[in-house]
Design a protein around this ligand. Structure first.
Ligand code: TYD
Length: 194
């Protein structure tokens, strides 16, 4: 089983990933949490771009994510699925279908470039207003705050546009972690029992 956890920065997906892993392990599942971008060379280049140390066009950024993801699928994701491990993806190709769409690329174009990637069984998108998310991750300078806010609004919109995708569940994340997890577990259980 492959579970993809998504959302804008500060949405609380890391907390939910930990809670979900704990619950699955209690039930006797083998689990692994995998995160993208990775720490492999393509992922490293991406971190440089994301931290402004390296310039790249949106198309180049997408290509870096895809190269990083191909290696991740080959080396970690597919082998884990093959031995029956439940894979929890803290960001996967649905991140590209939100962030790179916010950057100006077409969503179906991005989806079609991911033929190589095993599809998730469920994609949980943790949704909340950008201002609330930013309050949770404060500590940036006010100057880049505005730019970040405008960008994240586009990312949130791109995520919400995925609502009709049959794999996607939008989870209202303006609640306590416990309340959110209750819904997460209900949604994951439905898919587990199929
Ligand atoms: P994030 O998980 O937020 O890292 P951290 O918790 O260390 O801050 O991911 C880093 C950034 O990468 C995030 O802003 C989203 C972006 N990203 C994309 O733009 N496209 C992608 O396909 C992925 C996986 C991430």
């Amino acid at each position: 089983m492959l579970i993809n956890l998504e959302g804008i920065d500060g949405c609380g997906k890391s907390t939910q990933t930990i809670l979900l892993q704990k619950k699955l392990e209690e039930l006797g599942e083998n689990t692994v949490v995998l995160k993208e971008p990775t720490n492999e060379p393509h992922g490293q280049k991406l971190w440089d771009v994301l931290h402004g140390k390296r310039k790249a066009t949106n198309e180049e950024i997408l290509e870096f994510f895809i190269l990083d993801r191909k290696q991740h699928v080959d080396e970690k994701i597919q082998p884990a699925l093959d031995n029956g491990t439940v894979v929890l993806m803290d960001r996967y190709y649905y991140s590209s279908m939100a962030y790179q769409v916010a950057g100006g690329l077409d969503v179906e174009y991005i989806r079609n470039k991911h033929d190589f990637a095993p599809n998730p069984d469920i994609v949980l998108i943790f949704d909340l207003p950008v201002s609330t998310a930013l309050e949770r991750v404060r500590g940036h300078s006010e100057a880049d705050e505005f730019e970040k806010e405008e960008h994240l609004k586009k990312v949130r919109e791109a995520y919400l546009n995925l609502e009709s995708d049959p794999l996607v569940r939008i989870v209202d994340s303006v609640r306590t972690p416990e309340e959110i997890f209750e819904e997460v577990w209900k949604l994951v259980s439905e898919v587990r029992n199929e």
